[in-house]
Design a protein around this ligand. Structure first.
Ligand SMILES: CC(C)(COP(=O)(O)OP(=O)(O)OC[C@H]1O[C@@H](n2cnc3c(N)ncnc32)[C@H](O)[C@@H]1OP(=O)(O)O)[C@@H](O)C(=O)NCCC(=O)NCCS
Length: 182
């Protein structure tokens, strides 16, 4: 998958991305919004291991969000198993210097549309910490529905938090996505 968008490119990771991934992922504000498997501090070895791991996916389901010169984030799907096999969890992060420019709203919208085209999925969902208003807004703008609050579902940085479930169903009628991005 390679998507040339207005604000960024979504493309496979390659080994040369390790330094920019390490540089931008090594950020406590990013880590605070993600699960603890996302390392902190984030070393060059962590970046290399991550890129090696996702490059082995077949088909690829984890991609770089990039400028023409460097990787500035990641977006990917984690498919469910068993009765959840037509469902996948969406995850993403963006480098802090690039926040607030509409990049992730555009990336999630385009990535999800393409994922429904390419993968045999009927549902894509995201579960975010309830204090992550920016991510909730990204999902709303990408046509996801708020499905519920999971109370005291998370412990992050020793704080117990609710989490929010957002989902989008294949072929769901949503507002025109181009209009959403205006
Ligand atoms: C969440 C994140 C992906 C947002 O990416 P982004 O490219 O900055 O988001 P966008 O610029 O596309 O849009 C963000 C929207 O949220 C809004 N927003 C930003 N910060 C906000 C806040 N603190 N409260 C409410 N809304 C906020 C913006 O105004 C914008 O909405 P608008 O277009 O209606 O004005 C980015 O901040 C990030 O990577 N955070 C750390 C990792 C993370 O949270 N990952 C997701 C885990 S579920």
């Amino acid at each position: 998958m390679k998507l040339e968008l207005k604000t960024c490119v979504i493309r496979p990771f390659n080994e040369a991305d390790a330094e920019s991934v390490q540089h931008y992922a090594d950020n406590r504000k990013v880590w605070m919004c993600l699960r603890d498997f996302f390392p902190h501090p984030y070393s060059l070895e962590d970046a290399k291991a991550f890129i090696k791991l996702v490059s082995q996916e077949n088909p690829l389901k984890t991609f770089a969000i990039a400028t023409p010169t460097e990787a500035i984030g990641s977006i990917g799907l984690r498919p469910g198993v068993d009765v959840h096999r037509k469902s996948a969890e969406l995850g993403y992060w963006l480098a802090e210097p690039f926040w607030g420019r509409g990049i992730m709203s555009e990336a999630v919208t385009a990535f999800v549309a393409t994922a429904f085209d390419r993968f045999d999925l009927i549902r894509i969902y995201a579960e975010l910490f309830a204090n992550n208003r920016a991510s909730a807004r990204v999902l709303e703008k990408a046509g996801f529905a708020f499905e519920g609050r999971l109370r005291a579902n998370v412990i992050k940085n020793e704080e117990i938090l609710d989490s929010l479930m957002f989902g989008r169903i294949r072929n769901e009628v949503v507002l025109d996505e181009v209009d959403r991005l205006k």
